[in-house]
Design a protein around this ligand. Sequence first.
Ligand SMILES: [Zn+2]
Length: 104
Amino acid sequence: MNRLQLQTKRQALLRQLQNLGPWIEGTLVATTRKCGKEGCACHHNGPKHPVLFLTWKEAGKTISLYIPRQLESAVKEWAQNYKKLKALIRQVSEVQKQIVRLRE
Ligand SMILES: [Zn+2]
């Protein structure tokens, strides 16, 4: 690719970056747990309740954040956006390296 093509590609990537919604860093972990109600079936060999956590590492420690049910779909989208963000960062960086290699 020549310089103009690379700049056009970079422009398209930066536009995607601009249109990206908010992101959140971490791994979504789906698990089950008992609720707080003693009378609930989950305390008497019944099925436990599905819950979602976001986990990440801080200073070598794994942090776990409970995701409230009403935020689950939003947080899933934010986590997806974080992956897109990382991919875009890599791609822009790659274009920049190619521009440098042109030595123009
Ligand atoms: Zn329960």
